[in-house]
Write a protein that binds this ligand. Structure first.
Ligand SMILES: Cc1ncc(COP(=O)(O)O)c(C=O)c1O
Length: 459
């Protein structure tokens, strides 16, 4: 059962700094009706978030209607890399709305070509064409379809997809199947016999000890051989889909493990797709996370920070792969909506002109240095600090047992909220940090001070 934050207003010390204001009980009483109406009329599957009712979000700050203001370490959920309501995006959208073109279905429009051109020109040269969609989950399903179509060009049974246990690729059916068992798939009713799962190569072993000495290439070979023993013919693998880091903890793969996958894929003529929906567009200090692994994927799934705002996702790959589906056989009503394309173009321009990829790498050094200091200070509580650039995962353990602690990070998120800081609540033993890449150094440090205070007070 996931943690439920209390919606009962709590009197908390008021805060007034350059970047934060807390001037009411939290949650603010005047915002309760919004929370209650949503509880009443909306599936509770959407609930469980920190009880902050967003009224305005600008750059790295989030405001409610009652004058409270938070430093945002979430970027909503890795969407607002270019800052909330980036002025370029807002201006472009304003102009687009005034123009009066809100939807075209698959009819051509100028914003779509401008955006596609910018996207393809801003990404490495093996990505020649894109397919635009709305949600990330559609992009990962589309990548599976394309990998299988590509495999079937070679021979009809080359439809196997290899993914990682526990990876997040979305909430639609195939995307959930990619995640593996984890006890959540009973609603699907059946397993896809052609989806195979590798265990995630965690940096720790069953005892929680570091595996830094592990031979990761060998580890991959052992894992894939286990799939072979359970019936997988390597020649039937159409492709691998790799969440570019494991989302819930910002857990990156060992480089040699990914290199071993790339080598294997080449040998067995299968594709490698990176799901960069969360990690793409500068989050990790590089444009794409896969660049940390020194490999060249065939396809990327993009979403979230692709537009930095409106629903827009994409799959990009070579012409050969992207043109596999017949005309009209891969389309979606809301794909390439004019407003989303306008926002996407302005967003890519903002990321480029504001040097946000480099900024993420630079500020990432400040972030990770401080988090490692926290880990040293609270070594009985914090087991791992993971991530790169402006994404970090702090993993918590129970001081008494050393086992993963799910409750404490939820309480830290709640406490930080009461002090004017929003952290990514994962519902697991982790807290994630992912501020807009535009955050000032000063606000980043202030947010980290609040995180430390929250841990200290609860310890
Ligand atoms: C790596 C990754 N892939 C896919 C998705 C699904 O994206 P969406 O929620 O837009 O469907 C997510 C969402 O969190 C994600 O983090």
């Amino acid at each position: 059962m996931s943690y439920r934050f209390s919606q009962i207003p709590v009197d908390v010390p008021f805060v007034s700094t350059k970047h934060r204001t807390i001037k009411t009980a939290i949650p603010a009483s005047e915002t309760l009706s919004v929370l209650l109406e949503q509880e009443k009329y909306e599936s509770h599957s959407m609930h469980g978030q920190l009880p902050v009712v967003w009224d305005k979000a600008e750059d790295f700050q989030v405001y409610d209607k009652c004058g409270n203001c938070w430093i945002d370490f979430t970027s909503t959920i890795f969407v607002a890399n270019a800052g909330h309501s980036n002025p370029r995006i807002v201006d472009a959208l304003r102009k687009a709305i005034d123009k009066k073109l809100l939807h075209t279905y698959t009819y051509a429009h100028e914003a779509r070509s401008l955006f596609l051109k910018k996207l393809i020109e801003s990404t490495p040269s093996q990505f020649e064409k894109a397919f635009l969609l709305s949600a990330g989950t559609e992009a990962t399903e589309c990548a599976v379809k394309l990998m299988r179509m590509h495999g079937q060009e070679i021979h009809p049974s080359k439809v196997g997809i290899v993914s990682f246990e526990g990876a997040m690729h979305g909430r639609t059916m195939a995307a959930e199947m990619l995640k593996g068992k984890q006890g959540k798939l009973t609603w699907v009713g059946h397993d896809d016999p052609n989806i195979y799962h590798l265990p995630f190569p965690y940096p720790w072993d069953e005892k929680g000890l570091s595996r830094s000495e592990c031979d990761w290439e060998q580890c991959f070979e052992d894992n894939i051989d286990k799939l072979k023993s359970s019936g997988l013919d390597f020649e039937n693998i159409a492709g691998f889909i790799i969440e570019s880091y494991l989302g819930w903890g910002a857990i990156f793969y060992p480089k040699d493990y990914i290199k071993a996958i790339a080598k294997f894929a080449k040998k067995h003529n299968c594709l490698v797709t990176f799901d960069e929906i969360q990690g793409g567009f500068g989050r990790s200090g590089k444009l794409f996370v896969y660049e940390h692994y020194n490999v060249e994927p065939d396809m990327l799934c993009l979403g979230k920070s692709l537009s930095g705002s409106l629903p827009l996702s994409a799959v990009i790959g070579s012409k050969k792969i992207m043109d596999l589906p017949g005309i009209g056989s891969m389309s979606s009503t809301h794909s390439a909506n004019p407003l989303c394309c306008v926002a996407g173009l302005a967003n890519l321009e903002a990321i480029e002109s504001e040097n946000l990829v480099e900024e993420s790498a630079r500020k990432g050094v400040i972030l990770h240095k401080r988090l490692n200091e926290l880990k040293n200070k609270y070594s009985n509580r914090i087991s791992w600090v993971l991530g790169k650039g402006l994404v970090a995962g702090l993993l918590f353990k129970d001081p008494a047992t050393g086992k993963p602690d799910v409750l404490f990070p939820s309480r830290v998120c709640e406490k930080a909220m009461q002090k004017g800081l929003l952290l990514v609540h994962t519902g697991r033993e982790s807290i994630k940090i992912g501020p807009p890449l535009t955050i000032s150094d000063e606000a980043l440090v202030e947010g980290l001070d609040v995180l430390e205070e929250s841990i200290e007070e609860l310890s």
